[in-house]
Design a binder for this molecule. Structure first.
Ligand code: NAX
Length: 326
């Protein structure tokens, strides 16, 4: 039996948390032979709700679950953590401007980044899900100067999964036949679900699907999917978001399969002209926990225009919280 790894999850009593914890504990993320200890963080008023979630976790009698610890103190929750899912964040309240949202979450992610810096294991890896996730990840990264920057990521995998699923449905093919679909930029409606390099069973998607549908309906459906789910369900995506977080961390932990790309928001080193340091979603391959950006993809005017828009939005977000980065 392998030694257990410590997996910290914030916002653990929330909707995504409820869909995520059971899958981590059952081995869906880190493997069916990898024991885990869950370290769950919540705000003080939600601790009793979290206790209920823990009762359910224990009642599942998961063979791989070797312990569950709960706390409202980030220094406790991140102690020795190897893998961190930062899910909890403050939602946008009535009358709240986007800049207010960035600031209020800035305080949360500054504190959590510092707690990760001071307490986590040397091999810690962080996936930020809580929105605005790219900029929250940027803030956490800056607050953790002793941890290599490329251990901080934000999740755009849900956008990738949504996009792949839309293409597969349109073509009447299994989702596994879709490859090289890339999400560029921010996890927001400005992200660009780049179908131009995508293939289905090795054939370019653009050779099989009407260009007008791809550049309008497809792009809009993926960008507005979160809203469509809220409209239909009365609640935001939870199981699919948890599924994407599992995919994100599983791919990072196990590596990408040969020829497979994943979309991950990582600190830019200037790839594709994206300003250095922006937490930007790129296509990557992963080996031994290390990201390699897929370079050399060519963008025409349409794609470049989309990438420019999402880049500008991330630059504006960064400018809004610049005081937290100095
Ligand atoms: P919920 O409101 O159901 O749960 C959030 C939980 O976080 C709550 O239990 C709350 O008490 C807790 N929390 C708040 N501040 C905290 C803090 N400082 N420390 C620890 N816990 C804290 O939201 P849920 O539906 O679970 O969504 C969580 C986050 O994921 C939101 O920010 C949401 O916008 C974001 N999403 C991100 C997605 C992505 O693709 N990156 C997609 C899904 C989702 O919209």
């Amino acid at each position: 039996m392998k030694a257990p790894i410590r997996v910290a999850v914030t916002g653990a009593a929330g909707n995504i948390g409820y869909a995520l914890l059971f899958r981590i504990a059952s081995g869906d993320c880190f493997g069916k032979d990898q024991p885990v200890i869950l370290q769950l963080l919540e705000v003080t008023p939600s601790m009793s709700k979290l206790e209920g979630v823990v009762m359910e976790l224990l009642d599942c009698a998961f063979p791989l679950l070797q312990g569950v610890e709960i706390s409202d103190d980030p220094n406790v929750a991140f102690k020795g953590a190897n893998q961190c899912f930062l899910v909890g964040s403050r939602p946008r309240g009535p009358g709240m401007e986007r800049s207010d949202l960035l600031k209020v979450n800035g305080a949360i992610f500054t504190a959590q980044g510092k707690a990760i810096n001071d307490n986590a294991a040397a091999d810690v890896r962080v996936c930020v899900v809580g929105n605005p996730c790219n900029t929250n990840a940027l803030i956490a990264m800056h607050s953790a100067p002793n941890i290599p920057a490329d251990r901080f990521t934000a999740m755009t995998r849900l956008d990738q999964n949504r996009a792949a699923s839309q293409l597969a449905a349109k073509l009447g093919k299994p989702v596994t036949s879709i490859k090289n679909l890339v999400v560029w930029g921010n996890h927001s409606p400005t992200m660009f679900a780049d179908y131009l390099h995508a293939t289905v069973d090795g054939v370019p998607v653009v050779d099989l699907i009407d260009a007008e549908w791809l550049s309008t309906t497809f792009i809009q459906t993926v960008a507005q999917r979160g809203k469509a789910i809220i409209d239909a369900r009365g609640q935001s995506s939870a199981a699919s978001a948890a599924g994407a977080a599992i995919d994100h961390m599983a791919t990072w932990f196990h590596g990408t399969a040969p020829g497979e790309w994943a979309s991950v928001a990582i600190p830019s080193q200037g790839w594709y002209g994206v300003p250095k340091g922006l937490m930007f979603s790129f296509p990557v391959t992963i080996k031994d926990g290390v990201f390699t950006v897929v370079e050399g993809l060519k963008h025409g005017a349409f794609a470049q225009g989309k990438i420019d828009i999402t880049t500008r939005e991330l630059e504006e977000e960064r400018a809004a919280i610049a005081d937290l980065l100095s």
